[in-house]
Design a protein around this ligand. Sequence first.
Ligand code: NAG
Ligand code: NAG
Ligand code: NAG
Ligand code: NAG
Length: 252
Amino acid sequence: MQPLYSVEHETRHNTNHAEEENVERPEENTPLLHRFPQVVTERTPLTMFIVSLLLIILSAGVIIGIYLLVIQNDSENVLPPVENPLQLVSRSQWDPSNEEQSALRSFPYRLRAVTVVHTGTNQCNSTETCTKLLLEVKSNATAANSTVGYNFLISSNGQTYEYLGWLKCIPQSTKTTTPTGLLLAFIGNFTETPPNTRQLETAKKFFAASESQQYLHPSYRLFGKNVNDTPPILGQSLKIFPQWSNEFSDKK
Ligand SMILES: *[C@@H]1O[C@H](CO)[C@@H](O)[C@H](O)[C@H]1NC(C)=O
Ligand SMILES: *[C@@H]1O[C@H](CO)[C@@H](O)[C@H](O)[C@H]1NC(C)=O
Ligand SMILES: *[C@@H]1O[C@H](CO)[C@@H](O)[C@H](O)[C@H]1NC(C)=O
Ligand SMILES: *[C@@H]1O[C@H](CO)[C@@H](O)[C@H](O)[C@H]1NC(C)=O
């Protein structure tokens, strides 16, 4: 009897197997449905437990997802100003005919000073007017056979204009003991009126960018040049910076 049974069993098994492989879904479902109740009654607590666990994991996933979305939104609100804090107008943007100036040297190391001056000119508050003004500053300097030493200039509308950039400077006069460092100019004449908030905020961003890009040493300080180039009213405004030394770098 036994061999017969096992053969029968095997045959049935094989038939089932063949059905699984060859027969289409609707017919395959029927035997499954018949067997299902037994299995379900046996495993209900376990199934409930697994389902609850999966639900908990799913809810946790959804909550974490929402949390990450919120975080991302927050960081989207915060990040752009940090990534690109400076409205920098490069030299080639306002002065396409820029040539190398021989009287300059490259910075060998991170600078520990920024000298802040004003241009003593009109103010400008758009890329168009600033371009016009800066080209005039440049051509006036060339006419006088002198080199303009500004590394960067800041306009009334808070734009930063590259002049010599970060990597060049006029060699420091030997008579001065205070380092000149970067020469930053506020565009305008601040003998009687202080620079506006946007200019000062841009200066702050410029210092931060220069430090983070390692052109400035973390212990850098700010200097004026002399009483004409850094009028007292401008010096007063610069007191908002903890780095302001209240000293002139040009002692003559
Ligand atoms: C800046 O303005 C003052 C008067 O407000 C004037 O005396 C001075 O010459 C001006 N500076 C420059 C460099 O033009
Ligand atoms: C820009 O500056 C000019 C003078 O240089 C002034 O007449 C004009 O009102 C200023 N515009 C703005 C938007 O500040
Ligand atoms: C350039 O020089 C001319 C003539 O000396 C002067 O009138 C003008 O204000 C100067 N411009 C600037 C931007 O310094
Ligand atoms: C201009 O500067 C050059 C060197 O930089 C000098 O050889 C020349 O004599 C100067 N010209 C004037 C008119 O000062």
